[in-house]
Design a protein around this ligand. Structure first.
Ligand code: C2E
Ligand code: CA
Ligand code: CA
Ligand code: CA
Length: 279
């Protein structure tokens, strides 16, 4: 402890200090990562249950820092949000992802949906809608092929100010998914007011399938809510054949998870699409 004035002490907790220093260090590296080209994007296939074909992809950012090594988005997205670095990083992800989907189309693979994670920090930017429209125009991707994923817990805090914006995006044909659904405690009433097209059932509801009775009925109930509201329902984190059968039976529209494929770089996706046989 160090004396910091009359009768006051500042306690330097070494654990806290270390965590703080790591955070500062990470942020410093994050600040340069975009211009130094350290980010890449992996794409995870989504399977349409009805016809067994791949119908789209979720874009997931990857950071390979020369200094820090591979850093998971789970550790840097929050810091990117707090420092607002998520605004340029997120814009880059959106541009790259739309260009990726358009390239697949141009190269004869067909039209696919591309789902991009959007932070509420980005969504709250005044020019967010015009940025998205500019990117669609520049890449030539149809608005119907773009889905913006917004985390349930984040949107509910700011829902009133965001509804008009989401409505505007939706009116252009852009799809809006509520991500990690079931973890954010939104009421059914507020869900009804949300201009969304898609529900992504959180992995926690899938991971104990089929062993636990309560997770079985919970997963079913969530899918039913989505369907009753006329939304597309995506099950994420499907890892096993049994989980696959369960979400199929619960009438999910789309399945995503390691059972179908891990997130892959573009070359891996092209390979997969070339060799893919409908399941
Ligand atoms: P999320 O949006 O819920 O993405 C799903 C995460 O689950 C991804 O982790 C994915 O790799 C992982 N996953 C997919 N299938 C399975 C499975 O079958 N089993 C298990 N155990 N995991 C599976 P990832 O790529 O590490 O991303 C973590 C989170 O970071 C994402 O969660 C998302 O919230 C955030 N994130 C990733 N990329 C971006 C981005 O470009 N922008 C923003 N704002 N956030 C991003
Ligand atoms: Ca997501
Ligand atoms: Ca999710
Ligand atoms: Ca998540």
């Amino acid at each position: 402890a160090k004396e910091a004035g009359k009768g006051k002490y500042v306690v330097f907790d070494p654990v806290f200090l270390q965590a703080f220093n790591e955070r500062v260090h990470l942020e410093k590296n994050l600040r340069q990562a975009l211009t130094r080209g350290e980010f890449t994007i992996h794409y995870q296939p989504q399977l349409g249950v009805r016809d067994g074909h791949i119908c789209g992809f979720e874009a997931l950012i990857r950071w390979n820092s020369p200094e820090l090594g591979y850093v998971s988005p789970l550790s840097f997205i929050k810091i990117a949000e707090d420092s607002r670095l998520i605004v340029p990083i997120g814009e880059w992800v959106l541009e790259e992802s739309c260009a990726f989907a358009k390239r697949l189309e141009d190269d004869g693979f067909g039209m696919y949906k591309i789902a991009v994670n959007i932070s509420v920090v980005q969504l709250l930017e005044e020019d967010f809608v015009s940025k998205v429209l500019r990117i669609l125009q520049q890449t030539g991707l149809a608005p119907e092929c773009l889905e913006l994923e917004i985390t349930e817990s984040m949107i509910m805090e700011t829902v009133d100010s965001l509804v008009p914006k989401l409505n505007e995006l939706k009116a252009f044909g852009i799809q809006i998914a509520l991500d990690d659904f079931g973890t954010g405690y939104s009421s059914l009433g507020s869900l009804k007011q949300m201009p969304i097209t898609t529900l992504k059932v959180d992995r926690t509801f899938i991971e104990h399938l089929p062993e636990q009775d309560d997770s079985r009925s919970l997963a079913k109930a969530i899918v039913l809510i989505g369907r009753k509201m006329g939304l597309q329902v995506v099950a994420e984190g499907v890892e096993t054949e049994q989980q696959m059968q369960h979400v199929r039976r619960a009438k999910c529209d789309i399945i995503q998870g390691y059972y179908i494929s891990k997130p892959l770089p573009e070359a891996g996706i092209r390979e997969l699409l070339r060799s893919y046989r409908p399941q």
